[in-house]
Design a protein around this ligand. Structure first.
Ligand SMILES: CC(C)(COP(=O)(O)OP(=O)(O)OC[C@H]1O[C@@H](n2cnc3c(N)ncnc32)[C@H](O)[C@@H]1OP(=O)(O)O)[C@@H](O)C(=O)NCCC(=O)NCCS
Length: 145
């Protein structure tokens, strides 16, 4: 499994994975925008031609936000999300960022355990942040020096 930066050729597969994983999926044009946004860093995990997972972020000055992460059902529980986030943090460190913040649905236990295992700490809660279905977001953050 190779981890590398997202490329234009990956976008159709990313949009398909979004539909599979989320009730409110990102569109092809949203990914195209991210590809051309200098503030963004998106990584994909690829096995041959197949995109198994991806993670995306935006950084303003020295603080980053995770926009999204997903791993295809057939590739889950193999440590891919963990590798994607570790690689993302290395890339963000190189850009001079010192913190990564994310929102997660309060019922998303797999993702919450992943983030806790990686040292993210809850710093807040946004009531009714999500739609389809309506749900609170937990705000988690990891900082490094
Ligand atoms: C959350 C998600 C990205 C995890 O991807 P993954 O590649 O399977 O995760 P990893 O294999 O790297 O798991 C690392 C750790 O996370 C936790 N974890 C992952 N999936 C879990 C699950 N289904 N149940 C409980 N803990 C889980 C475990 O602590 C795991 O370590 P372990 O396997 O040694 O026990 C994946 O389930 C997914 O794509 N879900 C749908 C999209 C989503 O919810 N994204 C998050 C949006 S905020």
């Amino acid at each position: 499994m190779e981890i590398r930066k997202m490329q234009k050729e990956d976008i159709l597969q990313l949009a398909e994975l979004e539909k599979l994983c989320f009730s409110d999926p990102w569109s092809v044009s949203a990914f195209e925008y991210e590809l051309n946004n200098p503030l963004s860093l998106w990584l994909v995990a690829v096995s041959g031609e197949t995109v198994a997972g991806y993670v995306g972020s935006q950084t303003v000055i020295d603080e980053s936000d995770m926009m999204n992460i997903a791993v295809a059902p057939a590739f889950r529980r193999q440590g891919i999300a963990k590798r994607l986030i570790d690689s993302l943090i290395l890339g963000l460190q190189e850009r001079g960022s010192h913190t990564l913040t994310l929102e997660v649905r309060s019922s998303n236990e797999p993702a919450i355990s992943l983030y806790r295992q990686l040292g993210f700490i809850q710093v807040g809660r946004r009531p009714n942040y999500y739609r389809n279905p309506k749900e609170d977001a937990l705000i988690l953050r990891k900082e490094w020096s």
